[in-house]
Ligand binder design. Sequence first.
Ligand SMILES: Cc1cc2nc3c(=O)[nH]c(=O)nc-3n(C[C@H](O)[C@H](O)[C@H](O)COP(=O)(O)O)c2cc1C
Length: 179
Amino acid sequence: MNILIINGSPRETGRTTQVTREIHKSYQSSFLDLSQLSLPIFTGEPHQYETEEVQELIKKIEKGDGILLATPEYHGAMSGALKNAFDFLNSAYFAHKPVALLAVSGGGKGGINALNNLRTVTRALYANVLSKQLVLDPADILEKGTLRKNAADGIHELVNELTMYTQVSKQILEAKQNV
Ligand SMILES: Cc1cc2nc3c(=O)[nH]c(=O)nc-3n(C[C@H](O)[C@H](O)[C@H](O)COP(=O)(O)O)c2cc1C
């Protein structure tokens, strides 16, 4: 079973980048880091799909049985980098896939708008978006992306739930193939 963590922040030193790198280290997972992947701005032209960056995006998403999607909240929504990445994809890459949502906010009760935005978009891609979700504030994050205990516990619960649904969904899909 392959859990894929996606860092939806374009900022190499951003909190979302730091936190997702730490989560990637702590859990056996693959990692797609949008701060390291210079995707073109989506135009829909066929030549864009031949670029190494778009191919890497597609391969990693295809191999993910379950996905933890992390976005910074930018102006009450997910990052433009993450939305641009989604625009290269379609429901064939997400249908039946369990997806867990994580937002990193600037504080002041931010984050929920990014989660709701991410939920609407991933539903449009036919992902199976879990009910459990999490916001991390700057106060939750210590040096270089390590987390305070409560926040680390929240991540643990989110990853556990994603793992559970990913296992179930894999079993259902395999059983369906064998009919
Ligand atoms: C362009 C931009 C817009 C932002 N808008 C919001 C916002 O609407 N709500 C919020 O809580 N924080 C906002 N922030 C703060 C980020 O959420 C904060 O920096 C957080 O650490 C996650 O972003 P990062 O991963 O880029 O660090 C914004 C930051 C930037 C750069």
